[in-house]
Design a binder for this molecule. Structure first.
Ligand code: N01
Length: 550
């Protein structure tokens, strides 16, 4: 029995009918709920977790904190920022959760959210022009429009390591950390993976573990966070500039309040270049990645100047030259910044401690996980706790893990089997009345989350409003529009150095996943112009039709 049929069987529980079902209670989903509800749509939000926060619900491992500075990583609505005060420039997961609760209270969101409700399937009912959506608890709703806000990291990735299930100690992926916490004090801890999550958990574990072993396959090129505490007085001063800063975040490539200069790293003198790098380093955060020279991400020679500066900074902090070479090698493992840099506070310093060691998996790969630990070609390491900081089937995985079936009986997973196909990174052919935000071929991973939640979110809200004004119109992206968008994404991407690393940006961290640009590489302003151009041209690239009206 199909989902659509199941939904019209009379004797099962009543089926709620909605204008819009939103999936996911992170920044993006909450913004949709708030805006659509204000406009009078009947909206519900389904969330798999027991609470708000999206990524900040699941990623509660020790040290988890955002890599974007205050006030960029929050909503730009004055009614929200006016009365909210952060305690740190880069807030931790628990403070972010408090922020979400504050937002909930201010905007009264929870009354339309169903927690502990994981959406597991959706099917389009052509006759009634609705999505029939099924949750894991068996409940079913019908919605004219389905708005997927599952984020880019909703599907954690655990590598298929031999023997992994046999490990007898505590074993946790960073994105499935126990909500009640885990005492790491005095324990022997192994961490596999040195991406942003690995760096953060390593910093915390190093402070309390009896022995910490870090398994590194590729060195992370981590940048100085320059964390600091914030008090209310300072923030009240800062707030005078918030409106201007929020305007700037609309205009910058990555949705921050800074962007790269118009100069090439190769056209300035070595002294001027150093000055720019030093200033960006001192500013902290992503400044060194995104606010120096325009050609860092496009020209290998320019890129190398940034890498060499980064390496000099890191090497200066490490006591052992051999270890320094593994963490910050002379020959770059890949160009700087084409894998997402993470931010660190004392990541490099902990490797000078006696209780911390690095295992270079390029030299000695993992052979198997044993009941007591990890066996590499050379050694066997025993652990009480094994941490899998091995990342995500990013951007597409969160959507394709849900059984979404379109009009041709094809699932989204099948439609994207050879690579993501979207129009504007928002919708796909064969899946009418379905939009996804912060998804494939949109700025997503290249853009600060709250910025995208609002900017892409406003476009989607205006789109849905238009569809409502046209009598509950059905919309569907065309195959031609998908082809054109894919070509555009790849053409812009080919001008960058991103293809030169096996990153999640390229889908290259997951064995067998198509290697492609998962994120729109042209920056937020260009992306918005393309979306606005479609809207101005009666939503070019979509077929619009009114039910019953042809
Ligand atoms: O995941 P990753 P992450 N054997 O994919 C290694 C966001 N985020 O969770 O590089 C051994 O970056 C893998 O090695 P390699 C942020 O956007 C944000 O850390 O593929 N190792 C790599 O070292 C980030 O980019 C924040 O060679 C294996 C690591 O696991 C994104 O989430 C905090 C392996 C995975 O790194 C993902 O970050 C945290 C194997 N078989 C995350 N397979 C903040 O804003 C994989 N690895 C703070």
């Amino acid at each position: 029995m199909s989902l659509a049929q199941a939904a019209i069987v009379p004797d099962i529980r009543p089926v709620e009918e909605l204008d819009v079902l939103v999936v996911g209670a992170g920044f993006t989903g909450l913004y949709q709920l708030h805006r659509l509800r204000e406009l009078g749509f009947s909206v519900r939000l389904f969330e798999a977790a027991a609470d708000l926060g999206g990524i900040w619900y699941w990623n509660c491992y020790p040290g988890a904190r955002v890599d974007t500075h205050v006030p960029m990583y929050e909503f730009s609505l004055e009614e929200l920022w006016r009365d909210w005060t952060w305690t740190e420039r880069f807030p931790a997961w628990d403070e972010l959760r408090r922020y979400f609760h504050y937002v909930d209270k201010k905007l009264d969101l929870s009354r339309d959210i169903r927690f502990n409700t994981r959406v597991e399937g959706a099917e389009f009912d052509l006759e009634r022009n609705q999505w029939v959506v099924r949750a894991q608890d068996g409940s079913i709703v019908r919605a004219r429009y389905l708005v997927m806000c599952t984020g880019f990291a909703a599907k954690p990735y655990t590598p298929d390591l031999k023997g992994l299930s046999l490990f007898a100690g505590a074993k946790h992926h960073t994105a499935w950390w126990p909500q009640e916490g885990l005492d790491m004090a005095g324990k022997r801890i192994g961490v596999i993976g040195t991406g942003a999550s690995g760096v953060q958990v390593v910093q915390e574990a190093a402070a309390v573990a009896s022995q910490l072993t870090v398994f590194q396959r590729t060195p992370i090129l981590a940048l100085a966070m320059q964390q600091c505490t914030l008090d209310e007085g300072t923030q009240n001063e800062m707030k005078r500039d918030y409106p201007a800063r929020y305007v700037r975040r609309r205009e910058s490539f990555g949705g921050f309040d800074f962007h790269a200069s118009g100069k090439s790293a190769l056209e300035v003198s070595p002294e001027e270049r150093r000055e720019v790098y030093e200033a960006a380093w001192a500013a902290g955060g992503f400044s060194f990645w995104a606010s120096t020279f325009y050609d860092i991400m496009m020209n290998l020679e320019a890129n190398r100047t940034a890498y060499d500066f980064w390496r000099e900074k890191v090497q200066a902090r490490l006591d052992d030259p051999a270890l320094a070479e593994k963490l910050a090698p002379k020959d770059p493992p890949h160009p700087f910044g084409v894998k997402r840099p993470s931010l660190e506070q004392n990541y490099y310093d902990v490797f000078n401690q006696n209780n911390v060691r690095l295992v270079d998996l390029k030299e000695t790969p993992i052979q198997e996980i044993t009941p007591t630990g990890v066996r590499t070609g050379e050694d066997e390491y025993e652990f009480d706790i094994l941490v899998l900081a091995t990342g995500f089937d990013a951007v597409t995985g969160g959507l394709t893990q849900i059984d979404i079936t379109g009009t041709q009986g094809v699932s989204l997973k099948e439609h994207w089997a050879a690579g993501a196909r979207t129009h504007l990174g928002i919708a796909s052919a064969g899946f009418p009345n379905l939009v996804f935000l912060y998804g494939p071929q949109s700025p997503s991973g290249f853009c600060n989350g709250p910025t995208c939640a609002e900017l892409q979110g406003d476009w989607v809200v205006a789109f849905l409003e238009q569809m409502r004004e046209r009598g509950g119109a059905r919309f569907e992206a065309t195959r031609e529009a998908e082809d054109a968008w894919r070509t555009h994404v790849n053409e812009v991407g080919a001008m960058t150095l991103f293809p030169l690393a096996d990153s999640w940006y390229m889908g290259a961290n997951i064995p067998g996943k198509p290697r492609e640009f998962l994120n729109y590489p042209g920056g937020v302003p260009l992306y918005l112009r393309m979306c606005e151009a479609s809207a101005a041209n009666d939503y070019e690239g979509f077929v619009l039709s009114v039910p019953g009206g042809g």
